[in-house]
Design a protein around this ligand. Structure first.
Ligand SMILES: [Fe+2]
Ligand SMILES: [Fe+2]
Length: 339
């Protein structure tokens, strides 16, 4: 396994540092060689502009998804049916805030500030996962999100632990451990409902009916229409195609649905002996594109709430900045650059 490498010193420093005028071809060669050898690219290493831009776009979208993703489930914290369920849900939602923090920090190592990324989120110039634009209508949705949405996230994110960019890969290791807990709590919640009263079972089934297809869309467009995939795979940011990951998720979910005693809402879902995988029905990409365009059930509500939370948290950021400035003054350090 390619372990988390310490920052390399044998590659030429990034732009602006001494040596930046050296031959770009040599830099590119060193970068390509490192990626091919499964070494990690670290913040101070030279990297192609497009690689940096792709990482910023992907990590920012990922970070935004973590913090927007707190909303649909936080909606149920006050109505959790028991103290135990409330404690689990609060821990889960707090984990998602932590994931956002690790990821914004990883993006900062690429030279973008958290403020700039949040501004892009709030003004609609950067996206978050469309899955969070669906409403959580019942308590069972908390279970379906944990089982399916966090389950899909794990399928997507485990290969990112081997991403060529060091800070992103290392953030993903911890995130994936926490996502496993999220998936298990969702599964266990759905199992309790499924084995409960007929009304509880029906509630669990209804939630799975609504979340199944949006979960499959989380893997992104089909490979033949995915604009970023090929280059990202070449750079070893991505390790598997959207369709491969989607198939892997379906194959994992089918036996789990059986154990839960719930049905996945797809009449075309069946085992294909020849392929060694489950076949599944066609995804409604029109719906996906509509939600992506901002016309999902909760797009407006999510971003309004996010902006409000940001505004209401201004005093915390100001206090933290004042504290950091005071601390830097007392220790003679001037390292604090984040507002
Ligand atoms: Fe997360
Ligand atoms: Fe999660």
């Amino acid at each position: 396994m390619a372990t988390a490498a310490a920052p390399r010193t044998d590659r030429t420093p990034a732009d602006g540092a001494p040596g930046a005028t050296a031959d770009t071809a040599a830099h590119q060669h060193a970068f390509d060689t490192a990626v091919a050898a499964e070494e990690r690219i670290e913040p101070r290493d030279w990297m192609p502009d497009a690689y940096r831009a792709t990482l910023v776009r992907q990590i920012a979208q990922h970070a935004h998804s973590e913090i927007i993703g707190m909303q649909p489930e936080a909606n149920w914290i006050t109505r959790a049916p028991s103290l135990r369920r409330k404690a689990i849900l609060m821990a889960k939602v707090q984990d998602e805030a932590g994931h956002g923090l690790y990821l914004y920090s990883a993006a900062e190592t690429l030279g973008t500030s958290r403020e700039e990324l949040l501004d892009k989120l709030h003004s609609g110039r950067q996206k978050y996962s469309s899955i969070f634009n669906y409403p959580t209508l019942t308590w069972a949705d908390v279970g379906a999100i944990g089982w399916l949405v966090d389950g899909a996230a794990i399928t997507n994110q485990v290969p990112l632990c081997r991403c060529s960019y060091g800070p992103y890969a290392r953030a993903m290791v911890r995130i994936c451990k926490e996502e496993s807990f999220h998936q298990r709590q969702g599964y266990e919640l759905l199992l309790a409902l499924s084995k409960g009263t007929p009304e509880q079972h029906a509630m669990a089934q209804d939630a799975v009916d609504r979340w199944w297809w949006p979960s499959l869309m989380m893997f992104g467009p089909p490979d033949d229409s995915s604009q970023h995939s090929a280059q990202s795979m070449e750079w070893k940011i991505k390790r598997h195609s959207n369709d491969e990951l989607r198939q892997r998720f379906v194959d994992i979910a089918v036996p789990q649905a059986e154990s839960l005693g719930l049905t996945l809402p797809d009449p075309d879902l069946k085992w294909n002996e020849e392929r060694g995988h489950h076949d599944f029905g066609a995804i409604d990409w029109t719906e996906f594109k509509e939600v992506l365009k901002g016309n999902g059930p909760c797009n407006e509500q999510r971003i309004t709430q996010r902006r409000r939370a940001h505004d209401e948290g201004a005093w915390v950021r100001e206090a933290a900045a004042a504290h950091a400035a005071k601390h830097a003054g007392s220790t003679g350090r001037t390292g604090a650059t984040r507002a």
